[in-house]
Design a protein around this ligand. Sequence first.
Ligand SMILES: [Ca+2]
Ligand SMILES: [Ca+2]
Ligand SMILES: [Ca+2]
Length: 300
Amino acid sequence: MKTNLKLLLAMATIGFASCDTSDSAILETENSVNNTQTTIENSNLTAKNTTVTSESALRSAISNAVAGDIITISGTINLTKTLELAKSGTSSSKINFTGGTLNCSGLPSGSWGVKVNGSYWNITNMTIKNAPDCGIVFQAGGYNYVYNVTTSNNGDSGLQIYNGSHDNFIYKCKSNDNYDAANGGENADGYACKLSAGKNNVFDGCVANHNSDDGWDLYGQPYTVTIRNCTASNNGFGSNGDGNGFKLGSANQNVAHTVTNNTATKNLAWGYDGNGNTGHITITGSGGSGNGKGLFARLY
Ligand SMILES: [Ca+2]
Ligand SMILES: [Ca+2]
Ligand SMILES: [Ca+2]
């Protein structure tokens, strides 16, 4: 078991190291875009309602977004590189990004589909699929609301929060069939809030079904995560998929997570696994059946 954990950690480190490398390059590009567009933004502070059907129109709308904008995707847009949400709304006026499908199958190897470094976005009623790496990653910023978003068939986790991103509310979303085939399914969770996410991240009413690794994964997460009214089913496939419904931390951690009214069904390994986290995890009202190893493991 110890060897397995070390191997996991090593593989997770490798995985995230490659994320960090590609992120830096993308960030530099976005900074220069922001600088050149200051004038445009200042002359365009009135919120706009824009419907887009092409990648170029989408990128333009996202780059020029101001608080209160409504950017709607009509149909399917095929992305050719990661879409970064770098601008921010305000607490009283979010930037609304809604509708349609983002097909990310044409992105370069190792790319995330969507990267959120801004704050105060409403991301709703959308499908993000076929990214070579994660479908959508919340990397910095916070106070984002994600509703009815489906992340499927991505090459790493469907939706991931890490690197300090905080106060995100993920509501009634679905994440399914995410699979990192190159690693035998070792990393692709339905929802990953792991390694370094910030405070106050909440999942409510979400479903993670048939992802190669875990339904939810809080590995190495330093702050309390709330997971309520969620369902994890049929997770764990490929030669290396762990298959826990809810992986609630990791060894050498003492973090109390709040996990209430959830269901874990037919996952390959455990329904709910503390995974060595010695923090008191509240699991009120949570249950399930048909998990390969059993319902609860290592919960304190
Ligand atoms: Ca990855
Ligand atoms: Ca794993
Ligand atoms: Ca995992």
